[in-house]
Design a binder for this molecule. Structure first.
Ligand SMILES: Cc1cc2nc3c(=O)[nH]c(=O)nc-3n(C[C@H](O)[C@H](O)[C@H](O)COP(=O)(O)OP(=O)(O)OC[C@H]3O[C@@H](n4cnc5c(N)ncnc54)[C@H](O)[C@@H]3O)c2cc1C
Length: 507
């Protein structure tokens, strides 16, 4: 059953009311408790104010939405949006705009897409307890959304009661931490964050205490949400491991609606599963405590290399090959149009750094085509397909395996560029695995991380709704881009949050 807007009254959307969520909602609304539960809301799609047919049509609100349509942060601040448009649409019914031309709507009417029609804005753990118990009593499926960054739409689904944890975002620094009945967890410099806290706010907060953490690159990701529960790789991971390894204590609400504080001593099994086994799988997290590390200077050296096209040539040619790119950004040509390399070096010793990178620096400055630029990490609001693979360090042991690996990565890039023609593809080779920080089986994160040296991700994006069959082909083909690497590293696996997109269930 889809939630489709049937008609509107003055102020209220009328939904098809035969679904279990809406029947139960009527009881929720009707109960005497409702006045004390003002946190149940109807979903308003992010761009509803731009749809003339929507009861939320509001030209001045729309004028504010449009310029921010590309940006992640405002999307995470509302329940009615996801970071990828895939999850705001359902069988071509959506309330989205074309990210390239925001005056163009992508649907005839404003539909909820894959969003729940009702959500609980849980700003305290007790709201989660109430929502879970309510869902249990009325046999409702539950979805948990934090920022809505999930590439596979696991934070939204039709016919569910959504629990939105974005507003549980408190942060505390513990110089000395005493765990409940667990001396093994009594340590110093522990960070405590509400599950909704977002990376850029968390970094800013703990820097005041001269502390840093394993937290990822994208400022709007919810660190304790899918990131920290699914593993959580970062530039600090080679030194300190995944974020999940650094976790010491969780506050959770279990499926029976019980609030619990768990650590290694009082519930070793649930503690282990919450450390890397994946968000949305074992319990609803409300708060995350983790080991902090003394801040160190993060030196980012970035360069951008463009290819040139010789007169009469069809394809772009690299004039300067073999730069060992960290990140390669492509357009739909057979070869990438440019390469971006970021060296992220953690050290307070600038003299040592300069000496370490002298050869690399000489190579770069002697190449006329290479333009050294500021780091400019940006994202755009698009439909996306993702596929990734962890690459074990054993593949770097001989010249032959290195050469096979490079060929496999390039094959993926070519395949990927062939598949995504409308908007472009992005190939990333990320070298921030916890390779120097072996932790045995102390976490439930994919064991592939323990031997991995590279994490290779292919993403493809497009901006307008495509016919269902075309989308299916596109997602299937994206999976094919992983095959050359799978053949080289069978069993290597992938990062839980960025594995590979199977064709979305409803889009
Ligand atoms: C633009 C962009 C940039 C990214 N950059 C990086 C990066 O630099 N490094 C990196 O490692 N990853 C990155 N990711 C991937 C990101 O880490 C994952 O998508 C991650 O799962 C996001 O978690 P979230 O809680 O913010 O998102 P959500 O989509 O809200 O949640 C993700 C999953 O966690 C579950 N979940 C959310 N909240 C809770 C909760 N309170 N309790 C239990 N389960 C919960 C959801 O149900 C869902 O299954 C990026 C993703 C995007 C879209």
């Amino acid at each position: 059953m889809e939630y489709r807007l049937l008609k509107r009254t003055r102020a209220i959307l009328i939904f098809e009311d035969s679904s279990p969520v809406n029947r139960a909602k009527l009881r929720f609304r009707g109960s005497a408790n409702h006045r004390r539960q003002p946190y149940l809301h109807r979903t308003i799609p992010y761009a509803a104010s731009c749809y003339y047919s929507s009861p939320y049509y509001d030209p001045s609100a729309c004028a504010t939405t449009k310029p921010n349509y590309y940006t992640n942060q405002p999307r995470t601040d509302v329940y009615g949006a996801a970071t990828g448009l895939n999850w705001e649409s359902c069988l071509s019914q959506t309330c989205a705009l074309n990210a390239r031309n925001t005056s163009e709507a992508l649907s005839d009417e404003c539909y909820l897409g894959c969003l729940s029609s009702l959500y609980v804005n849980a700003s305290e753990a007790r709201h989660v307890v109430t929502a879970v118990k309510f869902a249990q009593a009325h046999h409702l499926r539950v979805t948990i959304k934090n920022t809505g960054h999930d590439y596979f739409g696991r934070s939204t689904d039709l016919n569910t009661l959504a629990i939105w944890t974005h507003n549980m975002n408190t942060m505390t620094y513990h110089a000395d931490f005493t765990a409940s009945n667990c001396t093994a967890s009594n340590v110093q410099n522990i960070g405590e964050i509400g599950v909704g806290a977002q990376a850029s706010d968390v970094y800013t907060y703990f820097q005041k205490f001269n502390m840093d953490l394993t937290g990822g690159n994208e400022g709007s990701v919810g660190l304790a949400g899918g990131f920290g529960q699914g593993g959580g790789p970062d530039v600090f991971s080679p030194s300190y491991g995944l974020m999940a390894v650094n976790a010491v204590k969780f506050d959770v609400v279990t499926a029976d609606g019980q609030f619990q504080t768990i650590n290694q001593c009082n519930d070793p099994e649930l503690f282990w599963t919450m450390r890397g086994g994946g968000g949305g799988s074992f319990a609803i997290l409300t708060s995350y405590r983790f080991q902090l590390h003394p801040a160190v200077k993060i030196n980012v050296y970035s360069l951008l290399q463009g290819w040139f096209r010789a007169a009469g040539q069809r394809n772009y040619q690299p004039r300067c090959a073999g730069t060992g790119s960290h990140i390669t950004r492509n357009v739909p040509a057979r070869l990438p149009s440019k390469a971006e390399v970021y060296l992220v070096l953690l050290s307070n010793d600038e003299t040592a750094l300069k000496s370490l990178s002298r050869e690399f620096s000489f190579f770069l400055t002697s190449q006329p085509d290479i333009l050294i630029s500021e780091s400019n990490y940006t994202t755009s609001r698009i439909f996306e397909a993702v596929a990734s693979r962890l690459i074990p360090k054993s593949l770097f042991e001989t010249d032959t395996t290195v050469s096979d690996l490079i060929s496999a990565v390039l094959k993926r890039v070519r395949l990927s560029n062939k598949v995504v023609t409308q908007q472009g593809a992005l190939a990333q080779v990320i070298m921030t695995t916890p390779v120097n920080h072996q932790n045995g089986n102390t976490t439930s994160a994919n064991p592939g991380w323990r031997s991995a040296l590279w994490h290779v991700i292919m993403t493809g994006g497009w901006t307008t709704e495509l016919p269902r069959a075309e989308k299916a082909v596109l997602h299937e083909s994206r999976l094919d881009t992983v095959e050359p690497l799978k053949d080289l590293a069978p069993g290597g696996g992938c990062f839980y949050s960025e594995c590979q997109a199977t064709f979305p269930r409803t889009t």
